[in-house]
Design a protein around this ligand. Structure first.
Ligand SMILES: [Zn+2]
Length: 116
């Protein structure tokens, strides 16, 4: 493939990825986790049977993990936003790879005459 065609193709891919990037919804850097626990009431079903399950958004900040409790009405939203973050990361990685290839393609072009 001629180098100019290659550069043009890569620019096309970059344009496509940039559109995808702009289309990503709200993001959260974190994971949804669930913990099963005992509530402490001696006669509760959790003592012998099904434990209470609580859902959290788990975020690592400066090496420390923070768990934010999620009420039922926010669990799906948090899951979606967390998933959007992963999608954003994937797109960012793809864009970086495309741009590395663009740099390589550009650097292999014959430079214009330099009068310096
Ligand atoms: Zn209980």
């Amino acid at each position: 493939m001629p180098q100019n065609q290659r550069i043009s193709d890569l620019e096309g891919q970059w344009t496509t990825l940039r559109k995808k990037l702009m289309a990503v919804g709200p993001i959260i850097r974190g994971s949804i986790v669930q913990y099963a626990r005992l509530c402490g009431k001696p006669n509760c079903h959790c003592v012998t049977g099904k434990r209470h399950v609580s859902t959290f958004l788990s975020i690592t900040v400066e090496g420390k993990t923070i768990n934010i409790y999620l009420k039922k009405n926010t669990q799906k939203i948090a899951q979606q936003w967390s998933s959007n973050y992963k999608q954003l990361s994937d797109i960012t990685e793809q864009i970086s790879n495309i741009n590395i290839q663009r740099l390589k393609a550009l650097s292999s072009l014959k430079p214009p005459d330099d009068n310096n």
